[in-house]
Ligand binder design. Structure first.
Ligand code: HMG
Length: 464
């Protein structure tokens, strides 16, 4: 059997041109609320759902729940504060804060200004006045578009300062809906600079966009409207389109140059996808690898295991062809050959998401945090990211792990998630409906939403 893992490290080690001009992710910080709801106990009983469906079929075990004093802005401030402390950054070091969110707290005022206001309670009034900030809204892909944009600003080199990209969201669906068990909340802050320690962006972006009604939140609605099964299909279509575009550009620029029998994913060690729920990452990798392997040496191993893929010219009935093709896709996803590649290149990125749920625009970077915490990425390995945002858009891009990656300290995220407080179904439902006004955990060393005044302006404080 041909090697399923590829050997991109060897293939890319001779290319040092990128390293000299490298811009990318130097470090990251993650904030997850300190409350969680287990999905297998009271929740699955009350909702009459087989726990196996949640842990295996969907892939989640716990849902992160924001406390009464938290919102997307406090979470963003918390992850930024941690990033600044981890990296010993001062406000004057940061030139731009680009913030991706679909949990806006205001229709006009940028969330980043609230975040700066909070940080100034720690670093001093006016300390961020030379830093610009803007909010990126594009469902779950907003943060990735922010990262793309800020990386070009850093690369332009007109300003010595670093850029910060923040993802922050509360994923909220109606109670009792099929989206409910995919909810989560959290924030990720990325430090973007030259000569990054973690990963250098390769600045190739494969894009796919089309107008869809898969998932949206009309003005004034607190929860998203989602056409669940359709949203899965939109995600897969967009990801396949964006990956094809990425592969074509990478080949044209000579970044990835598959020889006879090889394919693009042979040159990639880690595939990270947007994670609305961990199982989706398995569906996405099956779609991408089936597409990528079809004309490579891998395909004979696939056919040896599950037979030949149906082809339209062999069918008089188009419907029958589609049914057989869907069956073949299911067999592919269950095949040993695919599962081996999935376990090697993809699965670990969903480790934190199992304990957190969907954090929307930060989910893909929670995937990166999973790999870093598990120490799965080695210098020179290529990471390929598949970001997705409903509505819908996908962006596929890649980065190469840098030699400094092993020197970046762990964030202890798995241990921190174990220290969270479990809440009851009733406590969760009250918080979800905005009826739980008292904090369940007394705030300490954190930002809180203290009050919203008669004009709708939000007052935040730092509680020591
Ligand atoms: P559902 O009706 O809960 O699930 O919808 P299902 O019936 O399709 O089952 C899911 C899997 O569980 C299936 O596995 C079942 O067989 C299995 P598969 O057949 O595919 O291999 N299953 C079981 N397994 C073990 N034991 C059992 C059992 N029963 C069933 N007893 C859905 C799932 C995701 C649609 C729903 O939760 C939903 O609507 N979620 C919200 C939307 C969403 O997350 N969509 C994902 C793509 S869109 C996206 O990613 C963007 C987003 O992040 C937002 C943004 O961009 O801003 C959402």
């Amino acid at each position: 059997m041909s090697s399923i893992l590829g050997n991109s490290s060897k293939k890319i080690s001779s290319d040092n041109s990128l390293l000299s001009a490298a811009v990318g992710i130097d470090d990251m910080a993650v904030y997850i609320p300190s409350l969680y709801l287990p999905l297998t106990g009271e929740f699955s009983r009350q909702r009459d759902i087989d726990p196996e469906k949640l842990t295996r079929g969907i892939g989640v075990e716990r849902m992160a729940v924001p406390d009464a004093h938290e919102d997307a802005a406090t979470m963003a401030a918390m992850s930024l504060l941690e990033l600044m402390r981890r990296c010993d950054l001062q406000p004057g070091d940061i030139g731009k804060i680009y913030l991706g969110t679909e949990s806006a707290v205001d229709e006009a005022k940028a969330m980043g200004t609230y975040v700066i206001g909070m940080l100034e309670r720690v670093y001093g009034s006016g300390s961020f006045q030379g830093c610009s900030t803007v909010e990126f809204k594009s469902a779950c892909i907003g943060t990735t578009l922010a990262l793309e944009s800020i990386s070009y600003w850093v690369a332009a080199g007109e300003d010595e300062r670093i850029g910060v990209v923040i993802a922050t969201d509360v994923a909220r669906y109606p109670l009792h809906s099929p989206g409910e068990y995919t909810q989560g909340a959290g924030s990720v802050s990325l430090l973007v600079k030259r000569d990054p320690r973690i990963a250098a962006l390769e600045q190739i972006y494969g894009c796919f966009t089309r107008d869809e009604n898969d998932f949206f939140r009309p003005l004034g609605c607190a929860t998203a409207t989602v056409n669940g099964k359709h949203s899965n299909q939109c995600y897969l279509d967009a990801m396949q389109g964006a990956f094809a575009s990425y592969a074509a550009q990478a080949a044209q620029k000579g970044l990835i140059a598959p020889k006879r029998g090889e394919c693009t994913t042979d040159w990639i060690e880690h595939l990270l996808f947007h994670i609305p729920y961990p199982r989706m990452v398995e569906y996405a990798s099956a779609a991408i690898l089936r597409q990528d392997w079809r004309n490579s040496r891998h395909w004979k191993n696939v056919e040896a295991e599950i037979g030949v893929e149906p082809e339209p010219q062999n069918y008089a009935d188009l419907e029958k062809y589609q049914v057989d093709l869907a069956g073949y896709a299911r067999s592919f996803a269950r095949s040993r050959y695919f599962q081996q590649a999935y376990n090697a290149k993809v699965k670990d990125s969903a480790a934190l998401s199992r304990q957190v749920g969907n954090i929307y625009t930060g989910s893909i970077y929670l995937g990166l945090a999973s790999l870093l915490e598990l120490r799965k990425v080695q210098a020179k390995e290529r990471l390929c990211f598949g970001a997705y945002g409903s509505g819908c858009s996908a962006l596929v891009f890649s980065a190469r792990a840098m030699p400094g990656i092993s020197s970046v300290p762990s964030r202890g995220l798995f241990e921190r998630l174990e220290r969270r407080r479990e809440i009851s179904l009733q406590e969760y439902e009250l918080l979800h409906e905005g009826e739980g006004k008292e904090s369940l955990n007394r705030p300490s060393e954190e930002f809180v939403l203290a009050r919203i005044d008669h004009q709708g302006y939000r007052h935040y404080e730092y509680v020591r």
